[in-house]
Each structure stands twice: as structure tokens, then as C-alpha cells.
Design a protein around this ligand. Structure first.
Ligand SMILES: [Zn+2]
Length: 421
């Protein structure tokens, strides 16, 4: 293959994404999996997820991208580079949402990557390295726990079989649902990209309050999560003596309150602790519950403090069980965060923001993202855009085109620079 001079020229510094095209693409996404007014409820591996995937794949094929789906349903769409054998630059995020989700969380990263690739095609700019768009399966964990399931599998944290065996609350099995919607692909899971870039709404109030156009994510809050099961015994709520009660629901409640208190104790330094989910069985009036499960997590910018919060949570689990006459088991636990992002890519982001004339700041990420797992595989960076008041995981989530445009242009130039390197 001969490479013409224009082929290897750097991307025109004046290049900008087509916001009209991006917004109409985003609008189409906003019409799939309607939730509360203005929001989405596009849970992973539902019919709405399938519809969104079908539309996304069609867009990728129209853009002459080569689409492949791996065994956990991650969708990759590749734009060939001038050196097809070199490792690709991966751009993406997720298309699934929370039950009361917004239109932007995750979606901006995937459709923004699509706009970048479309724009490069408009400009006739073929990067040296291939660029691949990725949409990760089940980032939210709203239907199947844990979150970031499929990016975790890609990074080697989970096996394919383990992922396929995850169960939703309604009993549905991940692997069966993946096959049902037609996205259990045959591509092997995993890879060694040159870099991973994820554009995402901030999901916090900092950029919007300051009026700063861009966040260059410098590090991630250290987070420790626990899935805790309490076991007690069913009994009648009337005659059964208080001293003999083993109500698992009460143990769960004690833990949930204790976790909240840990959060308040560290609120002054930005710590967060959340009991987000409880389930119980039989969970009926008139009967003490035999089983209850709590999912909770603690987060802090300082890893040492996060560790202290996690230790307090472990103690609270034991105390909640003891005071309620129940047994406690930590069914699953996870940790992430820290200085996981690539300094080199963050610096490229800062320099590019300056060159494009956008205001920017370094910012920590407090939410979990697929990028956390990707950082185990390759140099990784995240770019945050403002979202109104930081409202997210809520149908009121809002990022105006003007909030998103700087992030999209930054992604365009950073992706091109990295892929031409
Ligand atoms: Zn997200």
C-alpha cells in the first residue's frame, strides 16, 4: 500500500465535530427504551437494549466500520488505520442505562466516538493506527450485578462463564438473555489496545457550577463495595419472643444505617458511603425474614481513608449480624480507583484543550466507569463534560449541546493524535 502525503498529514487543527449530526444521533438513542418523561430505562439485555444495539450497529455499518461482537456482548466497530497491524485506539462507553436513567450517561461516550469516526471520514483523514469504537455490555449493573461486568471480563477480572451465569432479580441468566437478544458474539473477549479514551458526563456538580468546559480526569476515588447476606430464621411476628428473634431484614437495616453514618462521618472531606440495595426473603407482613442481602459501598478521594471506611463497614457487618441474632456472609466484594489513569494521555488532553481554547480542570472521578477496568490493560484517559447541577441516574439528567461540544472536539483531536502516533 502506498501512503500519500495527505494521508499521513496530521489532522487539521481547525477540524470540529458535526454537532447537528451528533445531536440527531443522540435524539434517536433518546427515543429507545423510554423511562420517566425525559429519561431512559434501557436496562442491559432487554428488548430496548437490543433495539439500541441494532440501531448502533446499523450506524457503524453505514460508516463502513467493521463490526464484531465478543462472547459477553461487547460491540466493537473498527475503522482501519494505515497500519492495520498496529494496536488500535479504543473509544467508547456504554449504551445501557439505570432504571430511572438519563439520556447522556454512557451514551455520550459511545455516540461521541461514532461522531469522531464519522468526522474523520468526512475529512478523509485515515489515522495510522486503527480506531475502534466500543460499547460495553451492562456497565450500570442495574439488572445484573456487578456493574462494569463486561469491561471487567475484557480486562481479565471475570471469566466468560462467570459473567454468563450472573442472574437478574427476575431470575434471567446473563448468558441466556445475551443469546435471546442476538448479541452473544463469537469474538474472543479481551485485547491489547494502544489506548482507551472514554468521554463521559461528569455526574457531579463541579464543572457545571464553575462553568468549566472540560474535566481531565486525573484519578478516581478509591471505592470498596460489599454484597452482604444475612441469614436468620422465619417466625411469626406476633407470638415469637423478642429474645429469640433472628430477623435478617433487621440485620440488613442496622447495616444500612451504619453505612450511612460512616458516610456522614467522612462527609467533611468528601467521603461517601451508600447502602444502595436491599432484598429480603420472604419479605412478607407477619413473618420475620430468613434472608436479606445488602449492597453497599464506601468511597473517598484518599485511598487510606477509603480503607478505614471499608474496615468500619466490615465491623458494622459483624455488629449488625450479632445484634440481630443473624449470621453474615460477604458474598462478594470489590475495590477500584486510585491513580489509574495515564499521565501521558491526560497531558495530551490538557494541551489539546488549551490549543482548542477550552477551559479545563483536573478532576477526580467519583463514579465507577468501564475505564477503570481498561486501565489494567492499556493507557487510559477519561474526559468529563458538564451536566446540569450534576444530576445523574435520574430522568432529569441534562447536558446541553453546548456542554457536550468541547468534549467531543477534544475527543476528536486526542483520538486522532494518539492514533497517528
Ligand atoms: Zn456511565
Amino acid at each position: 500500500m502506498t501512503i500519500s502525503g495527505s494521508d499521513s498529514a496530521p489532522l487539521d487543527p481547525g477540524a470540529r465535530v458535526d454537532m447537528q449530526r451528533f445531536c440527531s444521533t443522540l435524539d434517536r438513542s433518546s427515543s429507545i427504551g423510554a423511562g420517566r418523561p425525559g429519561g431512559l430505562s434501557r436496562l442491559a439485555l432487554t428488548d430496548a437494549d437490543r433495539e439500541m444495539r441494532d440501531v448502533f450497529v446499523a450506524w457503524c455499518r453505514e460508516a463502513a466500520l467493521e463490526v464484531r461482537v465478543d462472547r459477553v456482548g461487547n460491540i466493537f466497530a473498527r475503522r482501519e488505520g494505515r497500519e492495520p497491524t498496529s494496536a488500535p485506539v479504543l473509544l467508547g462507553s456504554h449504551l445501557d442505562t439505570q432504571a430511572n436513567g438519563g439520556r447522556f450517561d454512557g451514551v455520550v461516550g459511545v455516540l461521541g466516538a461514532l461522531e469522531v469516526v464519522r468526522r474523520l471520514a468526512d475529512l478523509g483523514h485515515t489515522t495510522k493506527r486503527p480506531i475502534e469504537i466500543v460499547s460495553w455490555t451492562n456497565e450500570e449493573g442495574a439488572r445484573f450485578s456487578p456493574p462494569m461486568t463486561a469491561s471487567g471480563c475484557y480486562a481479565g477480572a471475570y471469566t466468560v462463564d462467570w459473567v454468563h451465569d450472573r442472574r437478574a432479580e427476575d431470575g434471567a441468566r446473563f448468558g441466556d438473555e445475551l443469546a435471546r437478544i442476538g448479541y452473544c458474539g463469537d469474538a474472543p473477549v479481551g485485547g491489547t489496545p494502544d489506548a482507551y479514551l472514554e468521554l463521559h458526563i461528569e455526574q457531579g456538580p463541579i464543572l457545571s457550577a464553575e462553568g468549566t468546559a472540560l474535566g481531565i480526569v486525573s484519578h478516581a476515588y478509591a471505592s470498596h463495595g460489599f454484597q452482604v447476606a444475612f441469614t436468620g430464621e422465619t417466625a411469626h411476628t406476633g407470638p415469637w419472643p423478642m429474645e429469640r428473634r433472628r430477623n435478617a431484614l433487621v440485620a440488613a437495616a442496622r447495616l444500612m444505617v451504619a453505612v450511612d453514618e460512616i458516610g456522614w462521618d467522612h462527609a467533611g472531606t468528601g467521603g461517601k458511603a451508600t447502602a444502595a440495595r436491599v432484598s429480603a426473603w420472604p419479605n412478607k407482613a407477619g413473618t420475620l425474614s430468613e434472608w436479606a442481602e445488602v449492597v453497599c459501598d464506601v468511597r473517598h478521594e484518599c485511598a487510606v481513608t477509603a480503607g478505614v471506611m471499608a474496615e468500619r463497614t466490615r465491623r458494622a457487618i459483624g455488629e449488625a449480624a450479632a445484634r440481630s441474632g443473624c449470621d453474615a456472609t460477604i458474598v462478594d466484594s470489590w475495590s477500584w480507583g486510585g491513580r489509574i489513569f495515564s499521565d501521558e494521555l491526560a497531558e495530551l488532553g490538557r494541551l489539546t484543550a488549551r490549543r482548542l481554547g477550552y477551559s479545563w480542570r483536573d478532576i477526580p472521578s467519583q463514579a465507577g466507569h468501564d475505564a477503570y477496568f481498561l486501565s489494567r490493560v492499556c493507557p487510559t484517559a477519561m474526559i468529563f463534560t458538564p451536566c446540569r447541577d450534576g444530576v445523574t441516574h435520574n430522568s432529569e439528567e441534562l447536558a446541553e449541546p453546548g456542554d457536550l461540544e468541547p468534549g467531543l472536539n477534544l475527543l476528536l483531536h486526542v483520538a486522532a493524535a494518539r492514533a497517528d502516533r
